[in-house]
Design a binder for this molecule. Structure first.
Ligand code: PLP
Length: 294
């Protein structure tokens, strides 16, 4: 994201019920220094984040994003964020976004090592151009995440399902996918279940039914996927969350990667297997995602 504006936020207690939080965030030049070297976001990637899509100044799925921020914070034992404060900060940042497709990124760090106050900021900027991915489609390769389907429940300290700042592994997976000649990766569990992409939810159409793996599988509950499900339901479909085995990928006749800024990118191949791109459905879905009013 090309960062153009930033707001530094003084995180309020979760039970602070004042109506107006505007005094708790201040504009900051994103080109100027802001973090102390001791901040654990920089030192250990110890914090959580969200990226909210914004179209023509309208931020999308704000409630779902702040709820997921709170969920991630809880998994990381960070102080619970004040949801109203973040909603107001998102609204303020969205007014700073350029016209067209843009994004705001929220960050909540554990703060400076040894201090007990979190650091928080929000950055507003443009969005990459996803036109080619949305029309031509993308080639994904399956990559083993090295954890089993039950790892999130068995080993909560792995923070699976939290959107932490530690995305080095996700970025390494993207580089590996590119080394293999693909555009993106699709993580699968060590025991053969489809999970998610490094920065997106996967939506599959199998036997005429739209499916996505459940958040309990240690993956993020995608806000774009929530919107896509609502849109599919509006068209009389009955999308479902369920475990999908890697073997079942053979039966998928369409697939998409969904995320807040890319929206829906159709998958044109999984590993060596080509998939048809449903251009009409994809275009309608992307139109609907762009036209959201909340
Ligand atoms: N899964 C992962 C690992 C992600 O990083 C993201 C978004 O960046 C998603 C799924 C999709 O979530 P959303 O649609 O809320 O952007």
């Amino acid at each position: 994201m090309s960062m153009r504006h930033a707001l530094l936020i003084r995180p309020a207690a979760s039970d602070d019920d004042r109506a107006d939080f505007s005094g708790t965030f201040v504009a900051h030049d994103p080109g100027a220094p802001a973090l102390l070297l001791g901040d654990l976001a920089a030192q250990r990637g110890d914090g959580v984040f969200e990226t909210v899509g914004v179209v023509d100044g309208v931020p999308h799925q704000v409630d779902a994003h702040v709820a997921r921020l709170a969920h991630s914070a809880a998994l990381c034992d960070l102080p619970a964020p004040n949801l109203d404060q973040w909603r107001q900060a998102i609204a303020a940042a969205a007014t700073l976004c350029p016209a067209g497709e843009a994004s705001v990124k929220l960050v909540l760090s554990r703060g400076v090592d040894g201090a007990s106050t979190p650091t928080a900021w929000i950055a507003a900027g443009g969005a990459p151009d996803f036109t080619v991915a949305r029309t031509r489609g993308i080639h994904v390769v399956t990559l083993d995440r090295g954890v089993s389907r039950g790892a999130a429940e068995r080993s909560p300290w792995l923070l699976l399902g939290a959107k932490t700042l530690s995305y080095a592994v996700n970025m390494a997976a993207l580089r590996e996918a590119k080394r293999r000649g693909a555009d993106d990766a699709l993580f699968v569990s060590s025991d053969g279940f489809v999970l998610e992409a490094p920065t997106a939810t996967v939506l599959l159409r199998i036997d005429g039914r739209y499916v996505t793996p459940p958040p309990e599988a240690g993956i993020l509950h995608g806000t774009t996927q929530l919107s896509a499900f609502a849109w599919l339901e509006g068209r009389g479909e009955n999308p479902e969350y369920r475990d999908v085995s890697v073997a079942e990928l053979e039966r998928a006749d369409a697939a998409w990667l969904l995320s807040s800024v890319r929206l829906a990118a159709p998958v044109r191949a999984i590993d060596e297997r080509a998939l048809p791109v449903d251009a009409e459905l994809t275009a309608s879905l992307n139109d609907a995602l762009r036209a959201r009013t909340a």
